[in-house]
Design a protein around this ligand. Sequence first.
Ligand code: SF4
Length: 382
Amino acid sequence: MKPELSAPQTLVEHLPEEWEALLRQWGEPRFRALQVFRWIHQRGVLDPEQMTDLPKALRARLAEGGLAAPVEVARVLESGDGTRKLLCRLGDGREVESVLIPRGAVAAADIYAPQQDDEDGPQQGAPRAAVTQCISSQVGCAMGCSFCASGIAGLKRQMTAGEIIAQVIEGRRVLGEAARLSGVVLMGMGEPLHNYPAVARALTLLNHPEGIRMSLRRVTLSTSGLVDGIERLGRDFGGQVGLAVSVHAPADPIRTRLMPVNRRHPLQELIAALRAYPLPPHRRITVEYTLIAGINDAPEHARALCERLRGIAVKVNLIPMNPVPESPLGAPSDGAVEGFQRTLRQHGVDVFVRRRKGDDIAAACGQLALHGEKAKVRTHTG
Ligand code: SF4
């Protein structure tokens, strides 16, 4: 069940046992490893100078060794419903986005929010607002989905585990004491399973009992359907990580047109992987289905989708296409959306519609970048 992790690429992503090995080489006692790890992951301090209970010489050595924040929040954009988008600048100047979504602000946040049975016990003091954070896992994306800005632009580079986890560290800093991070969704830019080693390490860090301590049941990973990655995720994390899968079509010819990944992993193979995913009891896989005018929004598509999903614990998230200038694909009519939803319900499938209203920032994976440009936002710097 413990994932096999590749070597860390940056100091920020060291696990306690890796800190221990490194600090031993530097002649430091063993207990320093947990001290450093807690500074980074519990307290969110990435500047060695601020690690005040460490000896000066060690602080200097950490700085020389390259311990520094891998992500800088260049701007915070706030939408009217309280959703905040963080523009995160990486060391090489590239930018990715991460979004803080208060519970109830955007339908999407509630769809992926942790289920009731995953909530913490009684809270100490005044209740704090629950926030779900959406994070990115790659700069750009190689999957080439035809309805997605990132897919059209292509993959620029992989993110390191340090850069992935640093979005959460920075997100917690932006939230401060006023709100608590109750869940994380890997649904920003990129295909997380195409960067599996870094994502697996970031999940391990997120969940670590000496770090942020987020239950993996509060994490949802969104994938375009990389079957080998789904299998590996299920094996490595025992099905604890929630899964959201972009299906978008009930038949291979349509899906291949929308998502080139379907050539490599056709529907039958993908559905078999979903069926085999070791979901804990009472949990469901989220099936993402973007409704596109005249392509996949007819009643026969809805019926075929029900047929495909029969016997799998799923909820379906219908996303009316938000047209992007780079793509000729259009938005479905309200009647088509309602009809599709009705057909699914008639077949006993749980279905939600992610309305475009309030969805300006929290879009499906990779649509973040584009939607962000259109969002009506107040701009903060810092
Ligand atoms: S929709 Fe997701 S998987 Fe597809 S190209 Fe966009 S970011 Fe990549």
